[in-house]
Design a protein around this ligand. Structure first.
Ligand code: MBD
Ligand code: FE
Length: 309
C-alpha cells in the first residue's frame, strides 16, 4: 500500500477521470492543469488532515473573494503576481533580452480608457489637502533615443490611499490619465502626492493576512503602462522614497530601479520658475522600452478590468 491515500490506485483513477485524462482529445494541457489542481487539493487535505468543516470554510472563502471582487487583491498578497514578473524576466533573460525599465505588477485597480492628453496633464481633479507633486521624464528606446507618441497610462491613489472608481468619494478619472509623449518624447504631469494603500480591513484578503501575521499595506506608489508601436508594453510602478512600507510592501512590487529621488522645492524663485504657487515635490523618471521581437513572451495582458460607467 502507498503511504498516502492520494497515491493509491483508487484515488489515482478518480483524479484521472475527474480531469478527463481517460478520455481522448480535447485540451490536453488544460486536462493536466485541472488534474494537478485537484490532486494538490487532495494532497493538502491529507497532509494537513483537513476536516470537512475546514474544507468548506476554505470553499466559502474562495466564493467570498469572488463576491467581494478581491481575487485580484489576494493574488499579489500571496506573491504570485510578483512571481509572474520574475517568470517573465527569466524568459526574457533566456531569450537574450537585457535592460529596459523593470516591470512590476499591474495590481487590481487599473481602469481602461482614461482621458488622453498630449505632453502634459493635471491628474488631481478633486480638491485635497496634500503635497503638490510634479513628475516628468522621457520615454526612450534601449539606446537612449526618444520615442515621441508613446502612451503613458498613469494611475494612482489619493492622499487617503483610495483609487477613483473604487472609491465613490472621488470623481470619475480622478488621478487617471493617458499622456502621449510630445515631439521630444517627454511626458509631464501635476498631481498630488499619493498615500499608501491598505487592504479593506473587513475584507477576505485582510482577514487571511491577519490570520498569518501579516499586514496589508503598500508603500505610496504610482502605476504606469507605457506603450508605443514596435516596442514591448511596459507595466510598472514607481515607489515614493521614504515611505515606511517601501521595503515591506504586502504586494512585493518594490524593485530596484523603481525608487526615484523625490526633490522638495520650497524656494520661492524655484517655485515661480516651475510655474507653481507653493512648495512641491518633483520626480524625474525616464522610461526605457525594449523593441518587440518574435522570440519574446507577450507583454500585452488580457485581463478583466473595472469598466468606466
Ligand atoms: C494597489 O493599489 C495595488 O497597486 C496593488 C498591487 C494591490 C492593492 C492595491
Ligand atoms: Fe496601486
Amino acid at each position: 500500500m502507498p503511504e498516502f491515500l492520494v497515491d493509491s490506485p483508487q484515488v489515482k483513477q478518480l483524479l484521472s477521470r475527474a480531469a478527463g485524462l481517460d478520455q481522448p482529445g480535447s485540451d490536453q494541457r488544460l486536462k493536466r492543469i485541472v488534474h494537478r489542481v485537484a490532486e494538490d487539493m487532495c494532497r493538502i487535505i491529507e497532509e494537513f488532515d483537513v476536516t470537512p468543516t475546514e474544507f468548506w470554510t476554505a470553499m466559502s472563502y474562495l466564493a467570498e473573494l469572488g463576491r467581494t471582487g478581491e481575487v485580484g487583491l489576494l493574488v499579489p498578497g500571496l506573491g504570485v503576481e510578483h512571481f509572474m514578473d520574475l517568470y517573465m524576466d527569466e524568459k526574457e533573460r533566456k531569450a537574450g533580452l537585457r535592460g529596459g525599465t523593470p516591470r512590476t505588477i499591474e495590481g487590481p485597480l487599473y481602469v481602461p480608457d482614461s482621458p488622453m492628453v498630449r505632453g502634459e496633464a493635471r491628474l488631481d481633479q478633486d480638491p485635497e489637502e496634500g503635497e503638490v507633486l510634479f513628475m516628468e521624464g522621457q520615454v526612450k528606446d534601449a539606446s537612449g533615443g526618444p520615442i515621441p507618441g508613446a502612451i503613458v497610462h498613469v494611475w494612482h491613489a489619493n492622499t487617503k490611499g483610495g483609487y477613483s472608481f473604487f472609491d465613490p468619494a472621488q470623481s470619475p478619472w480622478n488621478l487617471r490619465r493617458r499622456i502621449e509623449t510630445d515631439a521630444a518624447a517627454r511626458y509631464r504631469f501635476r498631481s498630488i502626492m499619493p498615500a499608501g494603500y491598505a487592504c479593506p480591513p473587513q475584507g477576505p484578503t485582510q482577514r487571511l493576512l491577519t490570520a498569518i501575521g501579516r499586514h496589508g499595506r503598500r508603500p505610496a506608489h504610482i502605476h504606469f503602462f507605457v506603450e508605443a508601436p514596435g516596442y514591448r508594453k511596459l507595466t510598472t510602478q514607481i515607489n515614493i522614497a521614504g515611505d515606511e512600507y517601501l521595503h515591506d510592501d504586502f504586494a512585493f512590487a518594490t524593485r530596484e530601479g523603481l525608487i526615484p529621488e523625490v526633490v522638495r522645492h520650497s524656494d520661492s524663485a524655484d517655485i515661480q520658475s516651475h510655474g507653481f504657487d507653493g512648495p512641491f515635490a518633483a520626480i524625474h523618471f525616464d522610461f526605457t522600452l525594449n523593441r518587440e521581437a518574435a522570440n519574446l513572451p507577450e507583454t500585452v495582458v488580457i485581463r478583466e478590468h473595472a469598466r468606466a460607467a
